[in-house]
Design a protein around this ligand. Structure first.
Ligand code: FES
Ligand code: FES
Length: 403
């Protein structure tokens, strides 16, 4: 294998080295640079033990090629000797017993520092969500969360103005995932639309129940009048039948139970859960707020979907959708990347196309209002969406971005 020359600034020091193109940054740091504070656990981008800063962004060293970091700034756990926040975190980790074997600790500390700087008002719940991409196999998470919260609170109490500004764009921890953030969604059969649904869809509980998470907004048009579409949205079996992989097992006008299965390249997930429904006929807006668990990966998801209908003219209806979600568990590694955003956008596009088709066919299959029913035969679930195309597009764009 031919070697490639690279230049890098590691912990403020410029270095030059020859590496094989297949060498990942974690091995390069440990074996070539002898910076063994960067730990390697899963080497699949899941556990977060190898987290370092690349150009100031928390990144998995195990899934970044060293040659892809040519010309970039890398900061490892050894590079925080003089860092005020890191010093506070180290003290807090000791005080709150936030480590035992210490294997996860370098990655934990680098992610925690990012959270402290980026989320200066975060509470324990938000810290837990933000840290969900770092796994600890022996300590448990309570001490870790307590330590980080204590640093956030003490900094806030001391002087909020001293918090270092960190660009919003630097939030995604995996640079290789950022490449897909700007890719357009596939929406072949629906008209493109970009306006935010937030204002129109807002219901009184929208702001009261805000949870931290990733937000995605999208919109599409349906070839049917607003009253027909509004009525269809009340028919949850019909709605679920338009969503690939979704299946409703029980529903009332205010709640649903069911599951949704997805295939994503080599990954599969099947979330089982329940959701509360709200509708406002006066504004043609509504919400679906739910949570579920994927038994395959032992991941948990929480999501709020708000939608607002408006007359698009010529007997068409515009549907604006806002999805806010958070993931915890092994799948959380994907929750802050463009990968999931493109996946959700494809799901919305598929839903729009299926809704158009079903409304055109005039099918209806709801239970009596107010009554919990089993999923009716007329709303047979569609096969899970196979987002292999999305996955492979992401892979190709990621590899291209490296070179
Ligand atoms: Fe890199 Fe686990 S070793 S994420
Ligand atoms: Fe042992 Fe986290 S302290 S894995």
């Amino acid at each position: 294998m031919s070697m490639q020359a690279i230049n890098m600034t590691i912990n403020g020091e410029k270095i030059q080295a020859l590496v094989e193109p297949r060498t990942h940054l974690g091995d390069f740091l440990r074996d070539n640079q002898r910076l063994t504070g960067t730990h390697l656990g899963c080497e699949h981008g899941v556990c977060g033990a190898c987290t370092v800063l690349i150009e100031g962004v928390p990144s998995r060293a195990c899934i970044a090629y060293a040659v892809a970091c040519d010309g970039q700034q890398v900061r490892t756990i050894e590079g925080f000797e003089e860092d005020e926040v890191m010093a506070q975190l180290r003290t807090a980790f000791s005080r709150f017993h936030a480590l035992q074997c210490g294997f996860c600790t370098p990655g934990m500390l680098i992610s925690a520092r990012d959270v402290v700087l980026r989320c200066p008002t975060a509470d324990a719940h938000e810290v837990r969500v933000q840290m969900s991409g770092n796994l600890c196999r022996c300590t448990g998470y309570q001490g870790i969360i307590n330590a980080i919260v204590s640093v956030i609170e003490s900094r806030r109490a001391a002087n909020a103005d001293r918090v270092e500004p960190v660009a919003t764009a630097a939030r995604a921890p995996l640079p290789s995932f950022q490449a897909v953030a700007n890719q357009a969604s596939a929406a072949a059969s629906v008209a493109p639309a970009t306006a935010s649904p937030t204002a129109a869809a807002a219901t009184p509980s929208d702001t009261a129940n805000k949870k931290p998470g990733t937000r995605i907004e999208d919109a599409f048009e349906v070839d049917h009048p607003i009253d027909v579409v509004w009525e269809a949205f009340a028919d949850m079996p019909k709605v679920a039948a338009c969503l690939p992989g979704a299946e409703i097992t029980e529903h009332t006008p205010t709640s649903i139970k069911g599951k949704i299965s997805t295939k994503f390249g080599p990954m599969r997930a099947a979330f089982v859960g329940s959701a509360a429904l709200e509708r406002n006929a006066a504004t043609h807006a509504g919400s679906i707020r739910g949570a579920g668990t994927d038994s395959l990966s032992n991941s948990r998801a929480r999501g709020d979907i708000t939608y607002a209908l408006s007359d698009a003219g010529n007997g068409r209806t515009r549907v604006a959708v806002a999805i806010e979600y958070s993931l915890q568990g092994p799948l959380a590694q994907f929750s802050r990347g463009g990968l999931v955003k493109e996946f959700v956008k494809k799901m919305v596009a598929d839903f729009a196309a299926n809704l158009n088709a079903r409304l055109g066919a005039g099918s209806s299959a709801s239970g009596a209002p107010g009554e919990a029913v089993a999923a009716p035969a007329g709303a047979a679930p569609m096969s899970p969406m196979d987002a292999a195309g999305v996955f492979w597009r992401w892979m190709v764009s990621t590899i291209k971005s490296w070179f």
